[in-house]
Ligand binder design. Sequence first.
Ligand SMILES: C[S@@+](CC[C@H](N)C(=O)[O-])C[C@H]1O[C@@H](n2cnc3c(N)ncnc32)[C@H](O)[C@@H]1O
Length: 265
Amino acid sequence: MQKTLSPVLRAKALDNRLPDPILGDRYAEQAMRRLDPDYDRRRFGTSQIGLAAVVRAKAHDDWTRSFLADRPDAVVLHLGCGLDARVYRIDPPASVDWYDLDYPATIELRRQFLPPREHYSLIGSSVTDLTWLDRIPRGRPVLMVAEGLVPYLTETEVRRLLTSVVDAFPSGQIQFDTVSVWAWRTSKWDPTLRSYGTQFHCGFDDPATLADWHPRLEYVDEAPMNDSPVLMAKAPANIRRMYRLLNLLPGMKRSSRIVRFRFNA
Ligand SMILES: C[S@@+](CC[C@H](N)C(=O)[O-])C[C@H]1O[C@@H](n2cnc3c(N)ncnc32)[C@H](O)[C@@H]1O
């Protein structure tokens, strides 16, 4: 499962080589060099960058920034963080306490590759072992960000996670990306996922209905993904054409979605 973090990290690192990057994440390049000592010697075409992953990260960053601008006293739960440098990109004020969580082996890599900072903690745990929540200060607004994580959990695990976070905090925002039922069901044949020895474990055709899981949870909106203007503006012509064609297929445009929920007391 942790193998899935390398392609997304590489996408963010390669974006930083572009003259006008989407994320501009120098930490991704630093971490990528540590993960793959030959990284600088390898040649990658623009079509290999994996812009969808970068666009997804940018959408999560934009939502994170706007939530923290309104709630500078928040606690951030960045779940399935991998080697993503979101905390450095966002650079929250000292009033925010930020927690990055992933499996212990990934957290160990983070310790080696990325610098420590104030008001920032690492938690090495499976996200599904909810005892990690006991380590988080309560009574403050929470922001839960899960980028590229939810499809790897079962629906039961996602439901327990979301409802436990809502129960634990007075108010907050929950944002994550998810895939459609079709994308989930066919993931066992996806050559990329197969090469990492993994597959998705859940999918939702209408993620807004997840708000029904808790009376305090409210669906807010969705960020563009496969038809994102940033993706269309930055992708090379062949990739743009591929997305235009795929987006014509029923269900393809919404095969992966980035969604946001809120809750209050
Ligand atoms: C596709 S990678 C995404 C990494 C990072 N969020 C990003 O976008 O760059 C998925 C990450 O989720 C983590 N992950 C998957 N299942 C997990 C679980 N049950 N508990 C903790 N982390 C998990 C993996 O270790 C991996 O780092």
